[in-house]
Ligand binder design. Structure first.
Ligand code: DC
Length: 229
């Protein structure tokens, strides 16, 4: 039986991963964070000391050599490189610095997509978040949500998340950084960030976290996708 898939895409800091995790927990689905796998591949490339610019074939070879993969765990999947990779390593500054360049390589995207599809088969019912999940990886997803929020709203959330001051200057700098990442993600040649034509757009600028999670759970229930609720 083909798995039930809810795809949640959107720009940086739109709250995709935390929203996807909460939606999955509420519906009894497994959460699959595609960005985490791009980070795992990037970590392997960095640990291997690959020189820049990165070449796709070398990056894929290192991902294979380090045994980068997704392994089912309670309620989600963990990134492994033979051993489980701690979240702190996936989110280390050096990984964040290089992951966009690596995620722009077509052959790397093909490798990641294969692993995401394999994981979904194990998961049976998954909420997958990323940039191209509804448009490229799982075009057959039963529900596709495109999360948006104004750059200023996303910048404010990110600063609060980091426990930093939300003064006008900080907000301006963070808003500009996010707008630059949006431009990079939306203009890259391979699998740019786009809203799939059949995705439901959800602007969360004025929604609380609980409200945005509830909207998506409502959409899932409306389509008869909830396992338990
Ligand atoms: O969501 P995140 O910050 O963990 O994603 C890490 C990087 O991977 C980010 O630069 C965007 C990229 N990415 C992607 O290109 N496609 C996806 N489906 C998920 C993430």
């Amino acid at each position: 039986m083909s798995p039930v898939i809810i795809a949640i895409d959107g720009p940086a800091a739109s709250g995709k991963s935390s929203t996807a995790r909460a939606v999955a927990a509420g519906l009894g689905f497994r959460h699959l964070d595609s960005g985490a796998l791009y980070r795992g591949v990037t970590l392997a490339a960095v640990r291997a000391g690959l020189p820049r610019p990165f070449y796709a074939a070398d990056v894929v070879a290192e991902a294979e050599r380090w045994g980068v993969d997704l392994r089912p765990r309670n309620g989600d999947f963990e990134v492994v490189a033979m051993e489980p990779v701690p979240d702190a390593s996936l989110r280390a500054a050096v990984v964040t610095e290089h992951v966009s360049e690596i995620a722009a390589l077509a052959e790397v995207r093909g490798w990641v997509n294969e692993h995401l599809r394999g994981a979904a088969l194990v998961g049976e019912a998954v909420v997958v978040d990323g940039r191209d999940i509804g448009s490229v990886v799982f075009p057959e997803a039963q529900l596709k949500v495109y999360l948006t929020a104004s750059p200023a709203a996303r910048a404010g959330r990110r600063l609060r998340q980091r426990g930093e001051a939300v003064d006008p200057e900080q907000l301006r700098v963070e808003t500009e950084a996010l707008a630059a990442r949006d431009r990079a993600d939306s203009s890259r040649a391979v699998a740019p960030l786009v809203q799939a034509p059949d995705a439901v757009a959800l602007d969360t600028s004025d929604l609380s976290f609980e409200e945005q999670v509830e909207r998506i759970r409502w959409l899932a229930r409306d389509r008869g996708l909830a396992i338990h609720d």
